[in-house]
Design a protein around this ligand. Sequence first.
Ligand code: ASP
Length: 587
Amino acid sequence: MRTHTCGSLRKDDDGKSVILCGFVHKRRDHGGLVFIDLRDRYGITQIVFDPEKGSQAHEVAHKLRSEFVIKVSGNVVARPDNMLNKNLDTGDIEIYATELEIFSESQTTPFEIDADNLVNEELRLKHRYLDLRREKMKSNIITRHKVIKYMRDFLDSQDFLEIETPILIKGTPEGSREYIVPSRVYPGNFYVLPQSPQQLKQLLMVAGMDKYFQIARCFRDEDQRGDRQPEFTQLDMELSFVSQEDIIKINSDLLFDILTKFRPDLSIKDNQVFTLTYDEAMNRFGSDKPDLRFDLEFKDASSIFQNTSFNAFAGALKSGGVLKVMKVAGAAEKFSRKDISELESVAKIYKAKGLAYISKKDGELNSPILKFLSDLEVESLLKLTEFNEGDIMFFACDTFDIACNSLGHVRNAVAKKLNLIDESVCSIGWVTDFPMFEVNDDGSMQACHHPFTSPKKEDLEFIDTDIFRVRTNSYDLVMNGYEIAGGSVRIHERDLQAKVFDLLGISKEDAKERFGHILTAFSYGVPPHAGIAWGLDRLIMILCNEPNIREVIAFPKDQKAKDVMLGAPSKMPIDTLEELSITIDTE
Ligand code: ASP
């Protein structure tokens, strides 16, 4: 239908007769002359309707309104040098229309397509097809396409095979609730939507595929949080005959390349990829995905207070807890009482009982807890933290997990408040050696990563005696405080895999019923293998500088897991349910 797009014409095209199609972006009707900005995916071109140059077109042009879809035939005219529009790529020319056809009219849209920031997200999601017409959203979708294409090309050049795995499967337990799909043919039986293609990609290694990847859709029926969606996309990989270092190398290279290509404005912190074990990351930064764009770090003061008479510390330390302290140099003046109580609320969200602090102003130490501490304790603390005039330090004393985690969140809040984050820098690195098991809130035990993760050889001896001491060959790729990707070296020994199921409290019968396929496959020759999965939505969110992943997904669910455009989830007709042997208890 068209000879050119709305983004393609330049000065050199002067005099050409062209046909463009698109949406009316803006219209200025001066009676005599009508101007429109015509928009398509590629750009915007100014069209002039002049009765002298095309009387039919000019007449119809009076009817045009925003977002009408039209076809315009006309001639390219170079604009005089003093009339160039520097804001448009096509700003050196305009089209004098000779013919105009209106394909489709548009009602007034519920929000302006031209607006930069729209606040009503519900309205945007309801009319997502209009929202996607906006420049920012369009550019996010294009970036998403380009990043995925870049990944495909990168992996293809390294001999990976892209292999699809099924969506209707049997559960692959990775710790989240699964979406289930009733089977019509087998009443009372269900498929499960994959949380990830975990078991299938391992079976591809058993199949000898050697290097697999997939842009994989995953489904997790979890309560929604800021950057979560019930369905999301992973770049999923699995490789045979590789070590943890191999996986780390390939994926660091891929991330480096992506950042160089898509965010050349960002410099990589210290021009290197950091590596921390899980223990180091928690001990020093209070997070398994620490944001290292800023330097705040903890010290462990547990030993100083072993025999303290200050009850708030003594109790936690006696029962095996820790005392972590974070000094913020030169910031004593910057925290008002209100600021400190806000930080305390942050700590409390993460289960801390409070947030103690000590500051030093005009040579005086200030703190509500000072009177409970001995001189020796205070002195040792000042020495440990190298405390100076104008400094402030915050404490967390609790179980290891609560103390580190709550102070870790305080660390982030302090960085935000003091503007310590340099947005032009990107910190990337790996956190490794996660524990094998963790305890759920209900006291049950679950695999930290998933049950297919291999224990570290040197920790195998504790597997029957001190299970929480066992660490795994696992690794997360971390960027600016986000987990971008995570994976592990897998168990490839049948007996060890069966043992892990057993440790997780899965009976032999259950293991056979739920994982029989893996255990059977593992009796036919299994290459040592390892893999990883990237949270693609989150990566693209960061690359596009967006605050949440909905901004980089064409048709996302809202924060309550609803598709407000389609109206899903929705009720089903009774006879459809009957066919599936489902009855709904409406009481
Ligand atoms: N399947 C894992 C996940 O979704 C990633 C992996 O271990 O490869 O987190």
